[in-house]
Design a binder for this molecule. Structure first.
Ligand code: SAM
Length: 223
């Protein structure tokens, strides 16, 4: 059995071991996150809270009560309790992942934790998995580099946001001296993310600096 000794940094190093930032969605990528027990130990490691600061991160996004938030690449559901609290009982959290075992886990976890506003949804690699104008906020944490053909994918995502909608990208900063995260040469610089998202039709509106290991980029669709 895999133990908690597998830290997020080590696991992400392993995860990043064979890919470049512009990799395509190949057979090896398929089902990389199928092992729920393994990835729960990594993503839900209580030690993560100290540097990931999930409550502060969600608070800094000023998500309105009743809003719809999409967490794309939701994994084991680490952020769902925080997002569910932010949107409140009348809001909606759409937790999307391409891995069926994780989506099953997300649904069971939401039920077990009484998070009635969380919907677990199976996505497809080439499709953000949202309906037109469904989301007020779309969050991707440590998932950006998994998306293939990113300019087209994020271009399609614009249609899923409501007027005033925001896209939030959180990922490991190659310029950070923080020890958490994958090797520096496997991280995508924020400038590259912003360049690709500019091509996809998104513009930066905020860049909160509360995390030391990761950048937080908040964007809206260009008019
Ligand atoms: C490194 S994990 C991050 C999990 C979670 N966001 C967290 O911070 O704990 C990346 C997740 O993205 C999922 N994923 C990869 N490509 C995806 C895509 N195109 N659409 C949705 N999810 C995707 C993987 O299955 C995996 O669960």
């Amino acid at each position: 059995m895999l133990t908690l000794a597998l830290t997020l940094g080590a696991a992400l190093a392993q995860e990043h071991g064979h890919q470049d930032p512009g990799h395509t969605h190949d057979a090896e990528e398929e089902h990389r996150f199928a092992d729920v027990e393994k990835w729960s130990a990594v993503f839900d490691d209580p030690a993560r809270d100290a540097w990931q600061k999930p409550a502060e991160l969600v608070a800094t996004l000023h998500i309105a009560a009743g809003a719809t938030v999409a967490d794309i690449g939701a994994g084991t559901g680490y952020f769902e309790p925080y997002l569910a609290k932010a949107v409140g009982p009348t809001g909606h959290v759409v937790a999307i992942d391409v891995e069926p075992t994780l989506v099953d886990h997300l649904a069971k976890r939401a039920t077990a934790e009484g998070l009635t506003q969380v919907e677990a949804r199976l996505g497809k690699p080439e499709d953000p998995g949202l309906k037109p104008a469904e989301a007020d906020v779309v969050l991707l944490v440590d998932t950006y580099h998994h998306v293939s053909d990113r300019v087209a994918w994020f271009g399609r995502l614009k249609g899923a946001t409501r007027p005033g909608g925001r896209l939030v990208i959180v990922d490991f900063d190659p310029a950070s001296s923080d020890e958490h995260g994958p090797p520096r040469d496997h991280r995508i610089p924020a400038d590259q993310v912003l360049k690709e998202l500019d091509q996809a039709g998104w513009t930066l509106v905020d860049r909160p600096t509360l995390l030391t290991a990761q950048y937080v980029l908040v964007l809206t669709p260009k008019p």
